[in-house]
Design a protein around this ligand. Structure first.
Ligand SMILES: C[S@@+](CC[C@H](N)C(=O)[O-])C[C@H]1O[C@@H](n2cnc3c(N)ncnc32)[C@H](O)[C@@H]1O
Length: 324
């Protein structure tokens, strides 16, 4: 029997005209770089953003190999093929020479793959895709292993507080269950405290798996309204994974924890960002996450992901395991 082929689970369509979108001044360089590098509309294989360069390995960490980004510019025939191969099928049923040529290109870019091929998650690649396409306020050596924990959990319900540029929500969506419902909450005047306008939100819909849903809630996380919408969006189900990365003051993070932690199911995970305590134990003004983390962690089984200070400045990720 002829070999079956399918669309890669990592195939995505980017359809965003960076040059003609309203973007704030602070993102001018990002916008310019992306607009110069990519066409407005292209297919990409999510895990083709990062390559592990064996010569660039330094102990356990990998250095990004620049210039490996690969994409296929959008055209209707490629779009049709990507849609068609969502159901595995043989190639011999395709007769049109135009289609066969496009199919070869899609195969070269691993957008169409043998149906029996495993496609494991590559958290490093997800991280670099997040940086390249959205921007992320995370440190590689902390975020990549922490993301692996979320990948192992394969959550079906996710709540994130603090969208920023969208890079962390992008990452959760890649490793979550393909049918997951995900919610991200940021302040009403746009994610990232005026960093990105709300017009950017439709772009979030492009990065998810076809059967996932992603909801952006524009509200103060410390409001009944935000909690109500978040609950509605997860269908009243309990949440597998809660990420707290919004208001970084001690009162803010404590309030987020108190309001949302009860939604997380036994066996679920609660992740905090910026839990690193600087030498001397002094918490910088407005950065009370570490103080709260140090108070709460001992009551739980927990893990910390902290960049080695010989490599760079840690921010720190803390994960609480909610008891079964
Ligand atoms: C550090 S950024 C989030 C970064 C993002 N999670 C990432 O990893 O790339 C913090 C975000 O929290 C948002 N934020 C601050 N206070 C908030 C609040 N009370 N409610 C909702 N969002 C808030 C800010 O607007 C900002 O976008």
């Amino acid at each position: 029997m002829s070999e079956l082929w399918k669309t890669s689970q990592w195939a995505r369509l980017n359809d965003w005209d960076w040059l003609n979108q309203p973007m704030p001044e602070s993102l001018r360089d990002v916008k310019k770089r992306i607009a110069e590098t990519f066409p407005v509309k292209f297919f990409y294989h999510m895990l083709e953003f990062a390559r592990l360069d064996p010569n660039a390995r330094d102990g356990a960490h990998f250095v990004r190999n620049e210039g490996e980004f690969r994409f296929v510019e959008y055209d209707p025939i490629s779009a049709q093929l990507i849609q068609l191969f969502r159901t595995p099928r043989t190639i011999d049923r395709i007769r049109s020479s135009d289609m066969l040529t496009r199919l070869e290109t899609l195969k070269q870019h691993r957008l169409i793959v043998p149906a029996d091929k495993d496609e494991p998650v590559d958290c490093l690649a997800v991280f670099y895709a997040a940086i390249t396409l959205f921007g992320i306020w995370q440190v590689e050596h902390e975020f990549v292993p922490a993301l692996q924990r979320i990948a192992d959990l394969r959550p079906k319900r996710v709540i994130e507080i603090g969208t920023g540029w969208g890079g962390s929500m992008f990452s959760w969506a890649q490793v979550a269950d393909p049918t997951a419902r995900l919610v991200t909450i940021d302040l009403p005047w746009g994610p990232g405290s005026l960093v990105v306008p709300t017009d950017y939100y439709p772009r979030f819909q492009q990065f998810k798996h076809a059967d996932q849903t992603v909801k952006c809630i524009l509200a103060d996380s410390d409001s009944d309204e935000a909690l109500k919408y978040a609950l509605e969006w997860v269908d009243g189900d309990s949440v597998d994974f809660l990420f707290i990365d919004g208001d970084h003051s001690y009162e803010g993070v404590r309030s987020d924890y108190e309001r949302y932690h009860g939604l997380v199911r036994p066996g679920g995970l609660i992740m905090f960002h910026d839990v690193f305590t600087p030498d001397g134990g002094e918490y910088p003004e407005g950065l009370g996450v570490a103080k709260f983390w140090n108070e709460i962690r001992s009551g739980f089984e927990h893990e910390e992901f902290m960049l080695d200070q010989n490599i760079g400045v840690p921010l720190g990720i803390g994960i609480l395991n909610v008891p079964e």
